[in-house]
Write a protein that binds this ligand. Structure first.
Ligand code: SF4
Ligand code: SF4
Length: 338
């Protein structure tokens, strides 16, 4: 009975809200930390390491550097840990990160609901336009992979990771939002509006992180699988799919756009007809199990990284103060590649 009740709880929304609150808390803590540095006050707030989750390009470089040299970066170590957790989720749970964890995915979902509320139904771009636009995020991903994996050698990556720019890239990322240029504000407002007009505009067409996870999600042994023998062809699964996948026509959903939200599974009226499962031997994951796997991966890896001493970076408050002073004096901390 208790287990049955647990299954009716909207675990995905709880997960999204939990991670969004966590991200906001990390953002506020980091803002206050930087404010204390800039104002010359004693620093009483500890920099939250989770802020490095927003530096995926540095994390990709750190991953390559670690694989090539065996040295786990001391500059943004938690960024690398979180990056590997997210890649692991994609390899085993399709793009579940996008619909269970990512706050941008959550915001996109809310904006897609606004569109449905305005127009009475979800409106997608026609396929002839949708397909080429979906390739944009793969082009962006291809550029980053080419720049990091082909153009840079290990010495270049080491030089980048050690550069002053890299050491304060978290502060630069904060300033991108707190000292926003008019152009940046206009671009973000445009993306916001486009995400209301076209569901998941950023996620579906432009997010290179989503493209990376979509590529890896092909490896996932867990996929949406339909039992054609018991399927009544009611099409309820297809109607609710936020990724506009014709689920009722697929025996297995391979699509890189499937973010394992399990909305189709919940909508299917016939028991044991649509599942998030492996092929053989069959292992099924329901919403509760998905959220438990995701939470265990994040919590476990964070605790393990702390135990191994690779969670906090080795940049001291004094060094941060020095960087902040130089930046406020107008000294340019530009990208080493420029
Ligand atoms: S509704 Fe089903 S097929 Fe569509 S994205 Fe969610 S899990 Fe994938
Ligand atoms: S909702 Fe279930 S029964 Fe209906 S078409 Fe989809 S898989 Fe078949």
């Amino acid at each position: 009975m208790l287990l049955q009740d647990m299954k009716t709880i909207p675990w995905r929304y709880i997960s999204q809200i939990l991670f969004t609150v966590l991200v906001l808390w990390i953002g506020i803590e980091f803002f206050l930390f930087v404010h204390q540095l800039e104002s010359g006050q004693p620093v009483t707030i500890r920099r939250p390491p989770g802020v490095e989750a927003f530096l995926p390009i540095a994390s990709l470089m750190s991953l390559r550097y670690w694989l090539a040299t065996g040295i786990f970066t001391p500059i943004h170590p938690s960024g690398l840990v979180i990056f590997m957790v997210i890649l692991t989720i994609a390899i085993f749970l399709k793009k579940a990160f996008c619909s269970w964890v990512c706050p941008i995915g959550f915001l996109s979902e809310m904006l897609a609901r606004v569109q449905k509320w305005i127009f009475g139904q979800s409106r997608y771009l026609p396929r002839w336009l949708d397909w080429p636009l979906r390739s944009l995020k793969y082009l962006l991903l291809g550029f980053f992979l080419w720049a990091i994996l082909v153009q840079m050698d290990i010495a270049g990556i080491a030089a980048f990771l050690e550069s002053p720019y890299s050491r304060v890239s978290d502060i630069k990322m904060l300033k991108f939002f707190t000292d926003m240029s008019p152009l940046t504000a206009r671009v973000l407002a445009g993306l916001f509006l486009l995400s209301i007009l076209i569901p998941y505009f950023w996620c579906r067409y432009l997010c290179p992180y989503g493209a990376l996870l979509g590529g890896l999600s092909w490896l996932s042994p867990l996929k949406i699988r339909r039992n054609a023998a018991s399927c009544t062809d009611c099409k309820k699964c297809t109607k609710v799919c936020p990724s506009n996948i014709p689920v009722h026509l697929k025996n297995t959903v391979y699509s890189d756009e499937c973010h394992a939200c399990l909305t189709c599974v919940a909508a299917c009226p016939v028991k044991n007809t649509l599942d998030f499962s492996t092929s053989k031997p069959s292992l099924k994951l329901d919403s509760l199990r998905v959220v438990m796997v995701i939470l265990c991966l994040f919590l476990g890896s964070s605790l393990l990284a702390r135990a191994l001493g690779v969670w906090h970076n080795d940049i001291t408050v004094q060094e941060y103060r020095e960087h902040v002073r130089k930046m406020s004096d107008g000294l340019e901390y530009s990208h080493p590649g420029r």
